[in-house]
Design a protein around this ligand. Sequence first.
Ligand SMILES: [Zn+2]
Length: 243
Amino acid sequence: MIANPIRVVPLRTEAAAPVGAPRLTYRGGALLASVQVFLFFWGDAWQQDPQLGLVQQVNDFFEFVLTSPLMDQMAEYSVQDFTIGPGARTGAIVLTTAPPATVQDAAIQQLIQEEIASDPAVSQPTSNSLYYVFLPPGVTVDLDGSSSCVSFCGYHSDIDGNLFYAVMPYPECAGCTGGLAILDALTSTSSHELCEAVTDPVPGQGWYDDQNGEIGDICAWQTKRLGAHLVQLEWSNAQGQCV
Ligand SMILES: [Zn+2]
């Protein structure tokens, strides 16, 4: 196992060219073969414009992307026990409790677990579940002592190796909008973490490159339009390039 596998979206200004010739190898862990996505929007700021409009647009994005050609791209990373195919959005909820101005990763993990345990509106986890937590403007996320908008723009991780989640700080700094509209920055970062959670849900135990990290890291901030939506390019071992 890798001690500290890369699992964050870097700031655009810090996205580096890959080291050597990227090549992901499979480390034997679980994959999310048919990813089931549930969305948390944390804070009542998501009930006010412009965030209220973004909630609908981000939901629409997931409805689209989980059955889009982006998921078809992931099929090359299928292994004997996990045949990667389309996913589904299982639901979304706005949580009106206020997150702290700086929220620790541990508090996000706790929120997800408490919501699953106590809120009937939240989908119960399966081996394919992926929970996204979107933070409102003005909230900084702290991951192991590094901060959103200083060191990263998003990340995915696991709780005890069997509960999978992704964290999306609100992109309100130049490094995390990368010159994009807020919605495009959110969907680009969300797609980066989606593809990584599918192919490496326990970071470093699925498909990983020791030099360059996960599938999205190699292509960070390279984007394309899929339909109306902006997504990030992802590394293809088969094609030897970001696609
Ligand atoms: Zn990444």
